[in-house]
Design a protein around this ligand. Structure first.
Ligand code: MLT
Length: 408
């Protein structure tokens, strides 16, 4: 009989979002009349911007003709898209990235799960708590941890508690770590890392020879002008950081799938015998073997986000979701809730009412208000006592949800 990778047996529970879906479906089965409002998983609800959809349509038409057909895409992405990314996402903020440092993919989730594969299995990993579960679970699957304790914390991982006391800003580890996952704007807390915060982390990584995996999937939601959108806005970050971005929450691509990871050529890691190797070439080799690239119509759609009409439409979409977040924050605060996040991120991190833990408040919201939230404990033990609400909803659903919460 074939043997299992038993690291999978260490995984504490089902992946958070399927578990929420399971509980929600069970409730709906027994309450078929309930008008459920989904504010749990951060899935967008509005249509793809028209210029982006039109570009994808035109690209599909090209594929229907021999003379304009496209087969396998270039491994890292078509020039028309990577050059637009380099110019509009980075150049516009004074950051120099070379087009061949950009690797297109089908999601920041996949990239942030896959990236650990190119590091030695004995590396010490630091994660924030609460954390986007993918960073943790992918390292558990790879065998970089021991078993989980009763609080769900895995042996061998270094947890960086992000609490109201520290403004949800991850503290530096006390000792040495090799890999650090940071996410700003943060999923789930909605907190952002300042230039000083990021500067401290870059300095730490440089002095410890560590690598930062920086998830910037929500950078378009930053409204404070002083907050960096890219870790490469910090001097010295190119030597120590990999960055991930996504079109999911900007162009409505959660179903379409397109994202990218930047691996600077300066970023070196060691081997057991003391040699230095550039991660850029290793990630390129990994992707070339395991991945066949993003489809041509999707890349055309992503590129259309950078035309004048496309970028205006994407901005309107992001502004729409952020105006939901602003409304939610002000009304929930007025209703007596303590609410974090929601200023530079589409997530609100809400303190549970006294006497309720996060799955308890999740159940109250589901059963009494018919609202799906995400229990903070699902993101780690420091998430206990919070629920996360997503601002990715239609405005009338947001207004209805707020009314129901006020009436609880
Ligand atoms: C979330 O709700 O945390 C996100 O939708 C997850 C994701 O982007 O994979």
């Amino acid at each position: 009989m074939a043997l299992l990778n038993e690291n999978y047996l260490k995984l504490k529970a089902g992946y958070l979002f399927p578990e929420i879906r399971r509980r929600t479906e069970a409730f709906v089965d027994s309450h078929p009349q309930a008008a459920i409002i989904k504010m749990g998983i951060g899935d967008v609800v509005r249509g793809i911007p028209r210029p982006v959809a039109d570009a994808m349509k035109a690209a599909c038409e090209e594929l229907a003709h021999d003379e304009s057909f496209h087969g396998y895409p270039p491994e890292q992405g078509y020039d028309f898209l990577v050059e637009a990314i380099v110019e509009h996402e980075f150049g516009s903020r004074g950051v120099t990235i070379s087009p061949d440092e950009v690797f297109l993919s089908d999601g920041a989730k996949c990239d942030s799960a896959n990236i650990q594969e190119i590091f030695s299995v004995d590396q010490v990993v630091a994660l924030t708590d609460p954390v986007y579960p993918v960073y943790c679970d992918s390292n558990v699957m790879a065998g970089r941890t021991g078993e989980a304790d009763d609080a769900g914390r895995y042996g061998g991982l270094v947890y960086l508690p992000c609490t109201a006391q520290n403004g949800f800003s991850p503290p530096l580890p006390e000792g040495h770590v090799d890999l650090i996952y940071l996410c700003s704007p943060n999923n789930p807390t909605g907190a952002v890392m300042s230039r000083q915060d990021l500067g401290r982390w870059v300095e730490y990584a440089r002095s410890e020879g560590a690598v930062i995996i920086f998830d910037a999937a929500y950078e378009a939601y930053i409204s404070d002008t002083g907050i960096p959108h890219s870790i490469y806005e910090i001097d010295g970050a190119r030597d120590v950081a990999i960055e991930m971005r996504s079109y999911s929450k900007t162009a409505g691509f959660t179903g379409v799938r397109c994202a990218y990871t930047v691996v600077p050529k300066e970023l070196m890691v060691g081997t057991q015998v003391g040699d230095e190797v550039a991660l850029h070439g290793i990630w390129s080799r990994r992707q070339a073997t395991k991945y066949n690239g993003v489809s041509y119509p999707v890349q055309r759609g992503a590129a259309a986000c950078y035309t004048p009409e496309g970028s205006r439409a994407v901005r309107e979409l992001v502004d729409f979701y952020m105006s939901n977040a602003t409304l939610m924050k002000s009304e929930l605060t007025a209703a007596g809730y303590t609410v974090h996040g929601g200023d530079n991120a589409p997530y609100l991190w809400i303190v549970c009412p006294p006497g309720q833990d996060s799955w308890g408040f999740f159940d109250v919201l589901l059963q009494q208000a018919h609202i799906v939230s995400t229990p903070g404990a699902g993101f780690g033990s420091a998430g206990e006592g919070y629920v996360r609400l997503s601002a990715f909803q239609q405005r009338d659903s947001v207004a209805e949800a707020l009314k129901r919460i006020r009436e609880l």
